[in-house]
Design a protein around this ligand. Structure first.
Ligand code: GTP
Ligand code: MG
Length: 323
């Protein structure tokens, strides 16, 4: 795994290769994660979410310029479940055009849901880990806030930024219920459009109502991302929120919640794989199907019984299968 050494020594090519390898092969993925995990835990992970078209990518683009100015190394994961690679590529091109050369402090990767082993949130989590091990100070994850996987991805972030715009007067309704509460910073982008001040007032009202008993009241900031206006205030709030998380031990809690989530996923898939494999290869599965079909056994009882029996076999070491 010389690639990992190259990545840890700062090679973006190696980083890129590792992401591709990890996306496509579970065994390689496990090898990579085992080696890199001890280099992770230093990055500030920021999730950007919000309804389609509000200007998330444009805002990320402007924010990244400011972060680079402040000397930060930045990784971006653009998660686009609907249109593979399109937005991410647009975002990437825009930033590259700006800096006009490969920037060693910036790395962008877009991910689409199609064809991803183990789901988008797992891949996103892995890519974040690689970027963290690579030494990024800030990692930004951009998702459209409309579905379950995006909600899971929002939970990975230390700081969740919700972007809205006046065009979405009912933007709060447009984002999935439950995501609102995860918001740590709200941005009302397109402040140059009609109805901007009303939208801002509405969102301030909603946020104050929802977070009245919360020790951190999310700031509501207006921005014109297209003109890079309001960006310094946004980056200042990233820093404020990160400081707040560290001072209150919430950062530690969030990191532990992430570990718990991974643990749960790993256990679920381990048990599923092993039990199904055991039942399949021992021929028990077909018997169970026939017994239920012939109404010889109550389906709940027989399945319960066989799960326990399979686990005994698996634990005794007679039968074990990875991935
Ligand atoms: N008027 C105005 N338009 C903006 C502003 N920021 C972005 N836009 C425009 O809004 C459109 C959508 O911008 P994106 O940054 O692609 O929005 P997005 O939320 O990332 O979109 P999806 O990833 O497709 O959900 C583009 O045409 C931008 O030029 C702004 O501050 N003012
Ligand atoms: Mg976008």
């Amino acid at each position: 795994m010389g690639l990992i050494d190259d990545m840890l020594n700062g090679s973006q090519r190696a980083l890129s290769r590792l992401i591709t390898l990890l996306e496509n092969d579970e065994e390689v993925r496990q090898k990579i994660i085992r080696i890199i995990f001890k280099y992770t835990g230093n990055a500030h992970i920021i999730g950007f979410t919000g309804p389609p078209g509000v200007g998330k990518s444009t805002t990320v683009d402007a924010v990244v310029t400011e972060l680079l100015k402040r000397g930060k190394r930045v990784g971006i994961v653009a998660v686009d479940p609907s249109s593979p690679f399109f937005q991410g590529a647009v975002l990437g091109d825009r930033i590259r055009m700006q800096s006009n050369e490969e920037n060693e402090n910036l790395f962008i990767r877009s991910l689409a849901s199609r064809g991803k082993l183990g789901g988008l949130s797992k891949v996103t989590n892995d890519v974040v880990k690689l970027l963290d091990a690579f030494g990024m100070d800030v990692i930004i994850i951009e998702t459209v806030g409309t579905g379950q996987s995006e909600y899971e991805i929002a939970k990975m972030a230390h700081t969740t930024v919700i972007v809205l715009s006046p065009g979405y007067g009912d933007g709060i309704q447009a984002i999935k219920a439950g995501i609102l509460e995860t918001g740590d910073i709200f941005i009302v982008n397109k402040a140059d459009m009609d109805g901007a001040s009303k939208a801002i007032a509405d969102i301030i009202g909603t946020v104050e109502f929802n977070f009245s008993s919360n020790p951190w009241t999310p700031p509501v900031l207006s921005a014109i991302a297209k003109k890079h206006e309001g960006v310094q205030a946004i980056v200042n709030e990233f820093e404020n929120h990160y400081k707040y998380l560290k001072e209150t031990n919430l950062l530690e809690n969030k990191n532990k919640v992430r570990i718990e989530q991974e643990l749960t996923e790993h256990i679920t898939s381990w048990v599923e794989t092993n039990v199904l494999n055991y039942l399949g290869s021992s021929g028990e599965k077909q018997k169970i199907i026939d017994q239920i079909f012939n109404k010889e056994e109550d389906p709940i009882a027989i399945i319960d019984h066989h799960i326990k029996e399979s686990m005994k076999e698996i634990i005794s070491g007679n039968f074990i299968k990875q991935d």
